[in-house]
Write a protein that binds this ligand. Structure first.
Ligand code: KET
Length: 453
């Protein structure tokens, strides 16, 4: 199509070539343009010009957010969207936390303005977010060793850190888990930071390949960045045990690597903000220098507000000041300064003891609902599947997701035959599942697993 448009080139139609009868003429029945003597100078151009964008090919749909687009287009009433990791109620509706509404009402009452934020974001948010992560009063905070700047949620915060790595650690490699959240590779590719994978998931045990992980981290060039999921690993739902975290920290320290945590689910794995920050705090206690990207998309349901932060823990306050100044320098030409609304919500919720308590209760409720559907899905699979397959891995996984082990063809069958939308790596978001749909989902999984190879 594009090439036939190209060959047409410019085409212009002169007025005499237009069927006058078909033109709507004025009350006198005449068109002033057509009456003029300089008729031939009046041209109406229908341009079919070669586009400057001919070289731009169609991009594939995003493997995660593209699933939501496909889901919207499906008219079957049985359809179920288990693609994106977004929390739904039992009625499968999006959920705005009560505590968020409360904070927003407060902001309206106060008449908060819409002035630009500083490049580093809202000070009250930056303080709150670092305290949530490390614990208020943690030495790294007291000694001002953390450079925190507000980012455009988890993704934007990861991207800022990637730009800092590219600028100040040229040639350094980032090691990411195999598999990982689909966007990690895009982020480092776009920032021109080389990356490779370390072993993480073992399909045989449907668990962590701990030996492989340790070996790969050991073998990485000294001073590499090691990307770690702080809790609720996406997509596998498999986290290292506390003892394994200690060994991971040991080998990272031995090799002088720099840990880089992605914390997108604090509070969602266990229901407790503190418990889910244990891995990050372990590294902080060891006096290591490291990065932590944070997101409030999931735990406060602020997906569209794009609120998160990048924290760089440094060995001195002086280094933290310099790092922060450079993060600001990177942010300024990228997006100038971050949006205020989500930052105020977080600062208000965390800064008020009552609202903070209410948030924790709502988070426990959300994490609890996911655990309940996880159990129900497992029970349905066990009672319906007579093959003797062990489905217990579903109960061992934590967080929003279950990594089902379904391959691409089987995942396609889930969507094409059963209208269950999921990512092609076999991941399903249990946050998008209701108790009422568990049996249907179990039927779909059993059919796809046994009848498609
Ligand atoms: N890290 C991880 C591990 C992650 O799963 C997500 C989002 C993010 C960061 C970024 O989220 P943000 O909204 O930028 O704070 N994951 C879900 C949504 C997405 O793909 O964008 C998902 O995996 O479904």
């Amino acid at each position: 199509m594009a090439s036939s448009m190209l060959s047409l080139g410019w085409t212009s139609l002169l007025p005499r070539e237009i069927n006058k009868d078909k033109l709507k003429l004025g009350p006198s029945g005449s068109n002033p343009f057509l009456r003029t003597k300089s008729l031939s100078r009046v041209t109406m151009s229908v341009s079919v010009k070669p586009s400057r964008f001919e070289g731009i090919t169609m991009a594939p749909p995003d493997p995660i957010l593209g699933v939501s687009e496909a889901f919207k287009a499906d008219t079957n009433e049985l359809k179920l969207n288990l693609g994106v990791g977004a929390y739904r109620t039992e009625e499968l509706q999006p959920y705005v936390l009560n505590v968020v509404k409360k904070a927003e009402n407060l902001m309206l009452e106060r008449g908060d303005n819409k002035e630009y934020l500083p490049i580093e974001g809202l000070a009250a948010f930056n303080k709150a977010t670092a305290e949530l992560l490390f614990g208020a009063g943690h030495p790294v905070i007291k000694e001002q060793k953390v450079a925190t700047i507000q980012g455009l949620s988890g993704t934007g915060s990861l991207r800022l850190a990637a730009a800092l790595i590219e600028r100040y650690f040229p040639g350094a490699k980032v090691l990411i888990s195999a598999p990982t959240w689909g966007n990690h590779k895009n982020i480092f590719n776009d920032a021109k930071v080389p990356w490779s994978e370390y072993r993480y998931y073992d399909p045989k045990t449907i668990g962590l390949d701990f030996e492989g992980m340790i070996q790969d981290i050991k073998e990485a060039p000294e001073g590499s960045f090691i990307l770690l999921h702080g809790c609720a690993h996406n997509p596998t739902g498999i986290d290292p045990t506390p003892e394994q975290w200690v060994k991971i920290a040991d080998v990272i320290q031995e090799k002088n690597h720099i840990p880089f945590f992605d914390v997108a689910y604090q509070g969602f794995a266990s229901g407790s903000l503190d418990e889910d920050a244990a891995s990050v705090r372990l590294f902080a206690e060891r006096g290591m220098e490291f990065f932590v990207a944070q997101s409030y998309s999931k735990n406060l349901g602020l997906y569209a507000e794009r609120i998160g932060a990048i924290n760089v823990v440094c060995s001195s306050a002086d280094a933290a000041t310099r790092v922060k100044s450079q993060l600001k320098r990177i942010a300024r030409p990228m997006y100038s300064n971050p949006p205020v609304h989500g930052a105020r919500i977080v600062a208000n919720v965390v800064g008020d003891a009552t609202m903070f308590g209410e948030w924790k209760a709502e988070m426990e409720m959300m994490a609890g609902r996911i655990k309940t559907v996880r159990q129900r899905l497992y029970d349905s699979l066990v009672s319906k599947d007579k093959s003797g397959k062990d489905w217990s891995f579903i109960l061992k996984q934590i967080g929003m997701f279950s990594f089902t082990g379904l391959n691409k063809a089987q995942s396609d069958n889930m969507t094409n035959k059963w209208h269950v939308y999921m990512t092609k790596d076999g991941r399903i978001s249990l946050a998008g599942l209701s108790m009422a749909k568990c049996e249907y989902l179990a039927d779909a999984i059993i059919d796809s697993y046994h009848n498609v190879s």
